[in-house]
Write a protein that binds this ligand. Structure first.
Ligand SMILES: NC(=O)c1ccc[n+]([C@@H]2O[C@H](COP(=O)([O-])OP(=O)(O)OC[C@H]3O[C@@H](n4cnc5c(N)ncnc54)[C@H](O)[C@@H]3O)[C@@H](O)[C@H]2O)c1
Length: 335
């Protein structure tokens, strides 16, 4: 059976899961090598996954002829330059979100991909989650009629250590977290976000202000064809990893996430009246696996990726406008 040779760049929390999936659960893939700049990290992962090749230098890994495609899971700020390097080496690419943390880098990455004639998928794995996929099917079947309201919330449970902000290598709240909801907004509504208005706060963690980041944010959305919506994001919801989305249409509503008949729910770190997920790796386990399976299958059979570089750029543009609205105030057009 033909297999797609894959190299994974960056095997921290997310890259490790992707590498494990590719090694053990994707029959059409052959995990050829792992690269990570942290001393010993690639070697340790290679030993755990029983593969021979590991590198601390990406260029060396990209020179491997058996590698057809590269999965990129380095911190956000390095995505674009690794995409460029992988494209120049002629590899197809699955890059974690966000595509980049600014428009210029994202455009350079897209140009490199186009010039090299390779394919790029961006890691919006929620599109592969069984619940979101089922919702999409119903929307496409016209079951809720014309979508008019989009509401989504994304709350991470773990309080990121201040070092995560100090290192300045990850995107800020809207770029690294809310970007998933911005992608869902475009995808589920079959529409583009044209305007945003943001309120964001560091009220519960004032130290974040010195890094220019936010602890929580609400972004109102206006879509091109008349629909409206909002996204709320929170970086330290200690009670759970809480992700929910609702799309309301002219004939009904679809709700993804917890919903029950309890009129009031109390949720805290010590427990709550609902059982919720505690981490993205468990909540979206199926989605991460389906995402890499689909990418591998499409690359192997010469098909376009399901989530494109253009999707990565559009979501990034919403994040940039949301950030601008927070900093400068007022309504911002999405460029
Ligand atoms: N899709 C999702 O739900 C999801 C969830 C978590 C993280 N992510 C994304 O995955 C990426 C990685 O996040 P993480 O939480 O695993 O981070 P992490 O810090 O745990 O891991 C990053 C790894 O990349 C390595 N690295 C850094 N620079 C490198 C370089 N230039 N070349 C090679 N390796 C390099 C680091 O040594 C580290 O091992 C981020 O872009 C993040 O936004 C996505």
């Amino acid at each position: 059976m033909a297999k797609l040779g894959i190299g994974v760049v960056g095997v921290g929390e997310m890259g490790k899961r992707h590498a494990e999936n590719l090694r053990r659960l994707v029959p059409e893939a052959r995990l050829v090598a792992i690269a990570d700049v942290a001393p010993g990290r690639a070697q340790q992962m290679a030993a755990e996954l029983e593969i021979e090749k590991y590198f601390s230098n990406i260029e060396e890994m990209l020179a491997c002829k058996e590698i057809d495609a590269v999965l990129i899971a380095v911190p956000d700020k390095f995505h674009a330059r690794v995409v460029e390097a992988a494209a120049a080496a002629g590899k197809d690419i699955l890059c974690e979100k966000p595509l980049a943390t600014n428009r210029a880098d994202a455009q350079k990455a897209l140009n490199a991909v186009a010039n090299a004639g390779v394919r790029l998928q961006v890691g919006f794995m929620r599109r592969y989650d069984p619940a979101y996929a089922a919702a999409m099917k119903r929307i496409d079947a016209g079951e809720i009629g014309d979508p008019v309201l989009f509401k989504s919330l994304g709350r991470d449970r773990d309080v990121p250590p201040l070092s995560a902000y100090q290192s300045n290598i990850n995107g800020m709240l809207f770029y690294t977290n809310t970007i998933h909801d911005f992608d869902l907004a475009r995808w589920l509504m079959h529409d583009e976000v044209v305007e945003v208005q943001t309120y964001a706060t560091v009220a519960i963690r004032p130290e974040l202000a010195q890094y220019g980041d936010e602890g929580a944010g609400v972004v109102n959305l206006k879509f091109a064809h008349g629909a409206i919506g909002s996204v709320d994001s929170y970086a330290q919801a200690i009670y759970a990893y809480d992700v929910r989305t609702e799309i309301v249409g002219s004939k009904g509503s679809i709700f993804i996430g917890i919903i029950d008949k309890t009129p009031v729910a109390f949720l805290s770190a010590a427990g709550g009246s609902s059982v919720l997920e505690d981490h993205f790796l468990s909540r979206f386990a199926d989605a991460y696996l389906a995402e890499v399976r689909d990418f591998v299958h499409n690359m192997l059979h010469d098909r376009p990726p399901r989530v494109t570089g253009e999707d990565g750029m559009r979501a990034l543009e919403i994040a940039i406008a949301a950030e601008e609205s927070h900093v400068q105030g007022g309504v911002r057009a999405v460029a």
